[in-house]
Design a protein around this ligand. Structure first.
Ligand code: CMP
Length: 142
């Protein structure tokens, strides 16, 4: 089925000038960008987005990293988009990521791992709504 998923190009990848390269991977894989913006997250925004991780030992470092510079946030649309996007990203830890995935090619560590993607349809809906209003989403009709 056609799905939507949520994507972040994290501060490390933005700093390395990889926005276009990463967008190219999405588009080559048949995922369409239906909303996008650059944002420098506040501490409150980052803490709220990652609230499910608030008790994890890496939470402070995660919020600090995610607020260290601008990110690109986007909504991707396509067949089986949640899983397709996760395949393109590769494993959370770049040391475990398959060759040719975004994390294998562009991430330095599990903390600075270039990209984020929703892990399921329910989290995709929540994460999209966290950053985008309905009017900001541009469904593709051609
Ligand atoms: P992300 O998909 O953005 O979701 C939470 C982030 O926490 C994750 O990517 C990693 O960059 C980071 N992180 C750091 N340590 C861990 C860990 N042990 N397990 C999962 N995520 C971690």
């Amino acid at each position: 089925a056609i799905e939507r998923t949520f994507s972040i190009i994290k501060p490390d990848a933005v700093a390395k000038n990889l926005i276009g390269a990463i967008y190219h991977r999405f588009e080559t894989a048949g995922l369409k960008i239906v909303a996008a913006k650059m944002v420098h997250l506040s501490q409150e925004q980052a803490e709220g987005f990652y609230a499910e991780h608030s008790e994890r030992p890496f939470f402070k470092a995660l919020v600090s990293f995610m607020t260290s510079g601008p990110v690109m946030v986007q909504v991707l649309e396509g067949e089986n988009a949640v899983l397709r996007h996760r395949e393109i990203m590769g494993a959370t830890n770049p040391a475990d990521a398959l060759a040719g995935t975004l994390r294998a090619d562009y991430a330095d560590s599990i903390d600075e791992n270039a990209v984020h993607g929703s892990d399921a349809a329910a989290s995709a809906a929540r994460e999209i709504a966290y950053f985008f209003s309905d009017e900001e989403l541009c469904p593709r009709t051609r």
